[in-house]
Ligand binder design. Structure first.
Ligand code: BES
Ligand code: MN
Ligand code: ZN
Length: 503
């Protein structure tokens, strides 16, 4: 879908449909809504008057203008009470309206929201509108072969603005949101892809596409090289699979040479069967999404490069399958990590922390200013916080605060869980340094405590995205399935960092 910003008057613009956000509670007839109402001879007042449409959040109503104005349809979308308006609601409303328009088989639509009466900074509104439309219209269709011509797809979305100054701001904000949204879609595509089509080698291939960008370098460590440097925790997990494991390293250098990079580490399990500690078969197919952290890291690097952010960031993605092959690692095995510390394997299904252990240690080679890992690490985190929330644990208060700030700005919710000393006791092994399973109580936290042992002395935060990475039901701008969570959060974090380093 093309996103276009045009200068002009919405009242004179020819379009299949114009979407207008509308408040609830008698506040509907304002700004552009009021303007179009006047031009169309009171069409909107009629709708509001009948009570068919009240402006409730996500309520949609369509009116045919009958040629009174060049726009064929006016699609009103409720954004709820003025006092309750958030950017998240704007995203949701525009996503819902865009899907409604698509259901009418319309190929082109537009908007011209009144940026003043919405009571938020222009840039924020535009970003929310563009993100809502493009994230809400996402669909995953590459494997549908029947009636492909019946798949509905919108070709163009236009934002109309009459004033020059606003127009320029809108263009920049829309471009930025488009870049971020396409990175999210890229991640959703990767995570939606089935395990047979998204192997570790396929992930490396996707990384190669990202490395075509300016200032991005790619290195992929093969099993042989990993063996040489001693990444035996990662390789232990990979042993049960015939698919060669890959350690993907994407380096983006947009900041000054002297500045230490942020290391983003992402879990890349292209399929997690549990290994010898095999999972129940019900819902096992969802474990194709166990590389969502790795994909999010790739998407964040991609967006950072496309936005030309003035930051240095390196993405590290250990990618492998976890399968119960004949040479698979077994419960009771002891693995020696890249850090030199030993790990007793109690469950081969606690594999994420093993591959991340080596990746986190490897991240130290970049002398990073901070390390952030994203991983669909534990079912326990989903039990603790629910499906919509990312669990945050870490060692550095300032870093956690900055992530909280980015979470507030993007509405990718994050909630901290404690990482007290007691939890560290729970992962001590009788025969090795640590065990990879601390029991069911506090499972999300003991997993993080385990990771902390391999980080070294760098500010570090772990984000457990096991809940929000894969949705079991639709949300207004996230169709069920792969959400692409973590991309908008990390891009915002890097943007804020760029701002901080400027001052
Ligand atoms: N990939 C899973 C965690 C997961 C579960 C993600 C559900 C998304 C949805 C992870 O590798 C895993 O199997 N974790 C185990 C850990 C346990 C064996 C200590 C879990 O959560 O049960
Ligand atoms: Mn597992
Ligand atoms: Zn896993």
């Amino acid at each position: 879908m093309k996103i276009v910003v045009k200068r002009g008057e919405i009242t004179g613009f020819r379009t299949e449909a114009v979407i207008l956000p509308c408040f609830e509670g008698g506040e509907g007839l304002q700004g552009k809504v009021r303007l179009l109402d006047k031009k169309s001879g009171g069409l909107i007042k009629d709708i509001l008057g009948t009570g068919d449409f009240e402006g409730r959040y996500l309520q949609v109503s369509v009116t045919y203008t009958g040629g009174i104005i060049p726009a064929k349809r006016i699609v009103l979308v409720g954004v709820g009470k003025k006092a309750d308006l958030t950017t998240d609601r704007l995203r949701g409303a525009f996503a819902t309206a865009a899907r409604y328009v698509r259901s009418l088989k319309i190929k082109e639509f537009s908007t011209s929201p009144d940026f003043i009466f919405l009571n938020k900074p222009l840039v924020e509104i535009v970003r929310a509108v563009v993100e809502g439309v493009s994230l809400g219209l996402y669909q995953y269709t590459p494997f549908k072969t029947i009636d492909r011509d019946k798949i509905k797809a919108v070709k163009a979305f236009t934002i109309i603005e009459e004033k020059e100054k606003a127009y320029n701001i809108i263009r920049a904000a829309a471009k930025e949101a488009e870049i971020v949204s396409s990175a999210v879609s890229f991640v959703r595509d990767m995570v939606s892809a089935p395990g047979n089509e998204m192997t570790p080698s396929d992930m490396a291939r996707e990384a190669r596409k990202i490395a075509k960008r300016r200032n991005v370098k790619l290195k992929v460590l093969e099993e042989k090289e990993m063996h040489k440097i001693g990444m035996s925790a990662f390789l232990g997990v990979a042993r049960g699979s015939e698919e060669p494991a890959k350690f993907i390293i994407l380096e983006y250098r947009g900041g000054s040479k002297s500045e230490s990079p942020v290391a983003l580490v992402g879990k890349g399990l292209t399929f997690d069967s549990g290994g010898i500690s095999i999972k129940p078969s019900e819902k096992m197919e969802e474990m194709k999404s166990d590389m969502a952290g790795g994909a999010a890291v790739m998407g964040a690097i991609m967006a950072a490069a496309d936005l030309r952010l003035k930051v240095n960031a390196v993405g590290l993605i250990p990618a492998t399958e976890n399968l119960p092959g004949g040479r698979a690692y077994k419960p009771g095995d002891i693995l020696k990590s890249l850090s030199g510390q030993t790990i007793e394997v109690l469950s081969t299904d606690a594999e994420g922390r093993l591959i991340l252990a080596d990746a986190l240690t490897y991240a130290g080679r970049f002398k990073p200013a901070a390390i952030i890992d994203l991983a669909t690490l534990t079912g326990a985190c989903v039990i603790a916080l629910g499906e919509d929330v990312t669990g945050m644990m870490g060692t550095d208060e300032a870093l956690k605060q900055n992530i909280r700030r980015a979470a507030d700005a993007t509405d990718e919710r994050v909630w901290e869980l404690p990482l007290w000393a007691d939890y560290h006791e729970m992962i001590k092994s009788d025969v090795a340094d640590y065990k990879n399973h601390g029991g069911r109580p506090g499972g999300a936290i003991t997993a993080a405590a385990f990771l902390s042992k391999f980080v070294g002395n760098y500010p570090w935060v772990h984000l457990d995205i096991a809940g929000p990475a894969w949705l079991t039901k639709d949300k207004p701008y996230i169709p069920k399935g792969a959400s692409g969570v973590g991309v908008r959060l990390m891009v915002q974090f890097l943007k804020d960092r760029q701002k901080r380093s400027k001052s």
